[in-house]
Design a binder for this molecule. Structure first.
Ligand SMILES: [Zn+2]
Length: 83
C-alpha cells in the first residue's frame, strides 16, 4: 500500500524571500536548518569542508578536537606524589 506519504520539497514555495542556509545531516541525510558542526576536514591545499549534522544526531558524534586549544601534556607524570 503506497499512500501519499511522500513529503516532496517545494523550493521557491517559501514566501518572503528569506532563504535560510540549510545543511544536510551527514548521519541521517536530513535537511536541517540548525546545522551543528561535527567535524572539519582540512585538506592539504585549499580550504577544507565542514561536516554538519542535525541537532538530533550531533550528540552521536565525538567532540571536535580543538587542536589550537589543546593544552600540552607538560608535567604529566611528574609531581604525582605516587609512593
Ligand atoms: Zn541527523
Amino acid at each position: 500500500m503506497t499512500g501519499p506519504g511522500e513529503r516532496g520539497e517545494c523550493p521557491g514555495a517559501v514566501a518572503g524571500g528569506a532563504r535560510v542556509p540549510v545543511r544536510m545531516c551527514v548521519r541521517c541525510c536530513a535537511i536541517t536548518d540548525t546545522p551543528v558542526v561535527v567535524s572539519v576536514v582540512h585538506q592539504g591545499s585549499g580550504p577544507g569542508f565542514t561536516v554538519y549534522a542535525c541537532r538530533d544526531c550531533a550528540p552521536h558524534f565525538p567532540r571536535v578536537p580543538d587542536v589550537l586549544s589543546l593544552a600540552p601534556e607538560a608535567g604529566r607524570g611528574e609531581g604525582e606524589g605516587e609512593r
